[in-house]
Design a protein around this ligand. Structure first.
Ligand code: ATP
Ligand code: MG
Ligand code: MG
Ligand code: MG
Length: 566
């Protein structure tokens, strides 16, 4: 086996998983943000892949595989050639045609389904691949945790109704819970922002780890949990030109909700406010500032499409909705305001009934005036500055109101999205419905960071001596150490062969030139749970069985080892 463990701490390693995977000979850096899988690492990667594949197949997923090198055109149609920003790796071929290395494949799956289906009978459909993705990350970091080239399982569901999408989403959610349980990853499912993917509802699976880059809040009493990104937007570096201009209007004499929403809607329709930014979002939050009462605001979550449908809006404004949000001062957990010299910026924090991915209206605090501006997923003061509000540990839970919020960190190992029709519309995917009329399928997209999961498992399963793999993902079932030069090797080889013949995967340390001490240290570093040592006591007919996790050791007759292990 090509294996060289390192005694020294690798200088490049920032976090335990990275350090240990390098030291124990699982991976090796080959490029900025690019890692070579060494034999041990490849074994673990393949086991994780197999688990992911099995659970995807179990929910009816069909595996396909797309190229990573794709033409620009479909990404132009979806708008992501530009929307994806600097993270997109682009290149030109010898004829000058523009290409990209795909960061994710929504476009290609929508096209495939457009080209290969024709009738409602072809649905529902779940397709997936386990494939290498490329992203020019601003900060590749911590080895496998954030690569520029990484392995992702990406799945896409196609349904003909919203209920169908909800069902596909629920199946993936459950499959992910099974996958991460099998990987031994303790995780939390949090409400998330949809980001460049577009779409509405989305949730992330965060593996609990201090080194994780995601911060989330979790209620100590109920099951509410949300990525802080989804609770409050981090300060984005937005340039002034990115905001739509603010228009100041006279506030209606009686600021009824309908009147104010009409006001906001008018602006949308005459183009002065950029409602288009909100068309991929599920909710629009309308905030209203009552002149003269700084503490009195209304925040209403409404189903938001390109144009706000006032009838639906009025229906959404049940007295209960209004009452809950009526008093800003009374619900600082739901809304944070920033009163600047030129106006009031609001941050809608969280509400269990309003999915993340919201837009904000900001209200100017000039007496008698009301100004609105909608910017997707971001909020501003009217003068264009951005205010960041932080959620703090102890803040009351927005879901149950009684529990407190704990702030924790995690590694994003999976992300599931209800995309809706963004891509099927962009590519005009239409199929014939049961009634003979065309139907446009609705899409979900579901990602697991397969290579990142290797690091996440290592992050959660190690101690000061090395890695400590859960059995399901370990590179071997048994690590046999031949520790001695008096016939131990022959016995260790025979034992290993016997274990292999019983279906176990065996790692045999037959390095004759090394001392027993070095081999033990390496075995602990490599982290297979069950270790069989064929050493000094072989003369009396005994081998030692060690449990890497509990530290237990006991001698068993060599003739019993196979029985004990199987
Ligand atoms: P992150 O917030 O960490 O940048 P993302 O939200 O951009 O991740 P998604 O687009 O949701 O990632 O992709 C699906 C999954 O792919 C993620 O949940 C994560 O597990 C994995 N992933 C994303 N970027 C990377 C990366 N640079 N290296 C390794 N895995 C990644
Ligand atoms: Mg990212
Ligand atoms: Mg993310
Ligand atoms: Mg994500």
């Amino acid at each position: 086996m090509l294996l060289r463990t390192l005694r020294e701490e690798p200088a490049e390693a920032e976090v335990p998983s990275h350090r240990l995977l390098l030291r124990a000979g699982y991976i090796r850096r080959a490029a900025p943000g690019g890692y070579t899988w060494l034999p041990l690492g490849k074994l673990v990667l393949d086991r994780i892949t197999a688990i992911v594949r099995a659970e995807m197949t179990a929910i009816g997923g069909q595996e396909v595989s797309f190229p990573a090198l794709l033409p620009r055109e479909p990404y132009d149609v979806s708008g992501r050639w530009t929307d994806y920003g600097d993270d997109l790796f682009t290149l030109k071929d010898r004829r000058g045609a523009e290409l990209l290395l795909a960061p994710t494949h929504e476009e290609m799956f929508a096209l495939l389904v457009r080209d290969m289906t024709s009738s409602y009978r072809d649905f529902p459909l779940i397709l997936f691949q386990v494939q290498t993705k490329f992203r020019d990350e601003a900060r590749p970091r911590a080895g496998l945790l954030r690569g520029r080239e990484f392995l992702m399982k990406d799945a896409y569901s196609f349904d003909l109704s919203d209920a169908g999408l909800a069902d596909s989403y629920a199946r993936h959610r459950e499959a992910y819970q099974r996958i991460f349980a099998r990987l031994g990853l303790s995780h939390t499912i949090v409400a998330a922002m949809s980001g460049a993917m577009g779409g509405s509802a989305s949730e992330e699976f965060l593996a609990l780890a201090d080194v994780g880059e995601d911060t989330f809040v979790a209620c100590t009493t109920c099951d509410y949990a949300a990525n802080t990104e989804a609770v409050v937007t981090p300060v984005p570096a937005v340039a002034q030109r990115e905001h739509p201009p603010l228009t100041v209007h006279d506030t209606p004499a009686t600021p009824t909700i309908t009147a104010l929403v009409e006001l906001a809607n008018e602006q949308a329709l005459d183009g002065r406010t950029d409602w288009s930014a909100a068309d991929t979002l599920k909710n629009v939050v309308v905030t209203v500032h009552h002149p003269g009462r700084e503490d009195s605001l209304l925040v209403v979550g409404v189903p938001g499409d390109r144009e706000v449908d006032l009838k639906r809006l009025d229906a959404a404004l049940s007295p209960a909705t209004v009452t809950l949000f009526d008093d800003f001062a009374a619900r600082p957990d739901l809304v944070r305001g920033y009163l600047g010299p030129q106006g009031l910026a609001l941050r809608y924090l969280a509400d269990p009934r309003v999915a993340p991915g919201t837009a904000w209206l900001t209200g100017a605090n000039q007496p008698g005036k009301h100004a609105t501006s909608v910017v997707a997923g971001r909020d501003f003061t009217p003068d264009g500055t951005v205010e960041a509000a932080e959620v703090r540990a102890g803040d009351p839970c927005p879901a149950c109101g009684s529990g407190e919020l704990a702030v924790r960190r995690g590694i994003e190992i999976g992300h599931i999205f209800q995309l809706g029709r963004r891509y099927t519309e962009a590519f005009a995917v239409d199929v014939l419905g049961a009634d003979g009329k065309p139907v446009r399928p609705t899409m979900g997209s579901y990602g697991v960071g397969v290579s990142r999961a290797v690091a996440a498992v290592a992050e959660q399963h190690h101690d000061e001596r090395g890695l400590l793999w859960p059995d399901e993902v370990a590179p071997a079932d048994v690590h046999v150490v031949a520790a001695g030069k008096d016939g131990q090797l022959g016995t260790a080889e025979a034992l290993s062969a016997e274990l292999v013949s019983r279906g176990l995967r065996v790692l045999l340390d037959d390095r004759q030139q090394l001392s027993a001490g070095v081999k033990f240290t390496d075995a602990e570093l490599i982290g297979v749970r069950r270790i069989v040592v064929v050493g000094r006591r072989l003369a009396e007919g005994y081998a030692e069985i060690r449990d890497r996790r509990t530290g237990e050791r006991h001698d068993v007759p060599v003739t019993d080892v196979v029985r004990v292990m199987t």
